[in-house]
Design a protein around this ligand. Structure first.
Ligand code: UDP
Length: 372
């Protein structure tokens, strides 16, 4: 489906077209910033306001991040082609004069460059998401991830604009070296299993970002996002928590794929966004890779049981073979758990929401959407 580009929201800032390096907008306060751009302290009461571009800003994480940045007084531009994102995620932001959204693809390089030229910082979140989508559309996944990231890095490089590249815990693949450290080895399956195209393409994204940092002095940070969840996440692309909660509330069977002994760590999107906001202020983070996720581990069996209990559902668990859920060649990841020491030490960051709190929030949110 072709969606013609539109612009929503309006602008009040007079400096929106100006760009020079360092490229932060000052609100009545002048400061000298470090080599890799500006280092405003997040806890400073008069922190300079920035203009920020979020690619994929109509997605689940991007829209939360946009809201948080606006709350902090920053100006936020979003570019999103709505391939997996949704206007519903950002509708509540469109009245804010400091918010604007362009419905377009980042493959529109001319537009992307113009947008990057206006901002102080870019969060690159636009990517193919969801195991289901990746398995069904590997070609789209590979192109969207690799070409998209290359376009973003090239545009940022032109203005030496700070950029955060969102990578994924998928890059660790089925490594048995749990918990996963950023400098640990990765272990991917064969190329005949399309799932791994996602991990491989995001690894290329990471290599690209680090190469731009090394060879072009582009201030880039790579953040490996582990399973990120919370209210408003859609189950359309196969994510487990929104699926289980919907099934529980509708009294359907809870579909556990495989034998349910595989485990994950689910981090609240609020905690993830808090770290994403804070990390850009750290000079030492540029040129580095960080895990971002919680260490509270749960098996999918236990997750299903907890969703049933917390929602008071009468649903039963139904086991579905991976071959039926995804594809005949599908390989799942038995355990995925981050070592989050590196980002914890950098930011003094730790997740504030545990799994039961997250599940309760998701259940409450889904319930509030149901007709009485
Ligand atoms: N899963 C499941 N039932 C579902 C959706 C997912 O059992 O309806 C499993 C999936 O096979 C995986 C885990 O839940 O082992 C997490 O899946 P998700 O797609 O949320 O994220 P992943 O960690 O696989 O990227």
């Amino acid at each position: 489906m072709f969606i013609s580009p539109i612009t929503v929201g309006c602008r009040t800032r007079c400096c929106r077209n100006a760009h020079s390096f360092p490229s932060v907008h000052f609100d009545g306060e002048s400061r000298i910033f470090g080599f890799l751009g500006h280092t405003p302290r997040s806890d400073h009461p008069r922190r300079p306001k920035m203009r920020v571009l979020i690619t994929g800003g109509a997605g689940f994480i991007g829209s939360h991040l946009a809201g948080d940045l606006l709350d902090l007084g920053h100006t936020v531009d979003v570019i999103d082609d709505l391939s997996t994102g949704s206007m519903d995620n950002i509708q509540h932001l469109t009245d804010n004069p400091n918010f604007s959204v362009e419905i377009d693809t980042i493959a529109n390089v001319e537009k992307l460059e113009k947008m990057v030229a206006k901002v102080d910082l870019v969060y690159h979140l636009a990517a193919a998401v969801g195991v289901q989508l990746v398995v069904e559309r590997p070609l789209y996944t590979i192109e969207a991830n690799i070409m998209g990231t290359k376009y973003v890095l090239e545009a940022c490089d032109k203005y030496k604009t700070k950029v955060v590249i969102a990578s994924t815990s998928e890059v660790f693949g089925k490594s048995l070296d749990v918990p996963f450290r950023e400098d640990g080895d990765v272990l991917l399956g064969p190329t005949t299993c399309s799932r791994w195209s996602y991990a491989a393409s995001k690894m290329v994204d990471e290599f690209l970002a680090l190469a731009f940092y090394q060879e072009r002095k582009l201030p880039a940070i790579v953040v490996r996002l582990f399973n990120t969840v919370g209210p408003k996440q859609t189950g359309r692309y196969g994510m487990v928590i929104p699926n289980f909660v919907r099934q529980a509330l509708e009294g359907e069977s809870i579909t556990v794929f495989g034998d349910g002994t595989q485990s994950r760590c689910f981090c609240h999107v609020e905690d993830v966004c808090r770290a994403l906001v804070a990390i850009v202020d750290k000079d030492e983070a540029y040129g580095q890779v960080y895990n971002l996720g919680t260490t509270e581990e749960v098996t999918i069996n236990d997750l299903a049981t907890r969703v049933i209990a917390l929602s008071g559902s009468t649903s039963e668990i139904k086991y579905v073979p991976f071959a039926e859920a995804y594809s005949a060649d599908f390989e799942d990841i038995a355990r995925r758990k981050p070592d989050n020491t590196k980002i914890g030490n950098l930011l003094g960051w730790a997740p504030q929401n545990n799994l039961d709190q997250i599940l309760t929030a998701v259940i409450d949110h889904e319930r509030s959407k149901q007709p009485n």
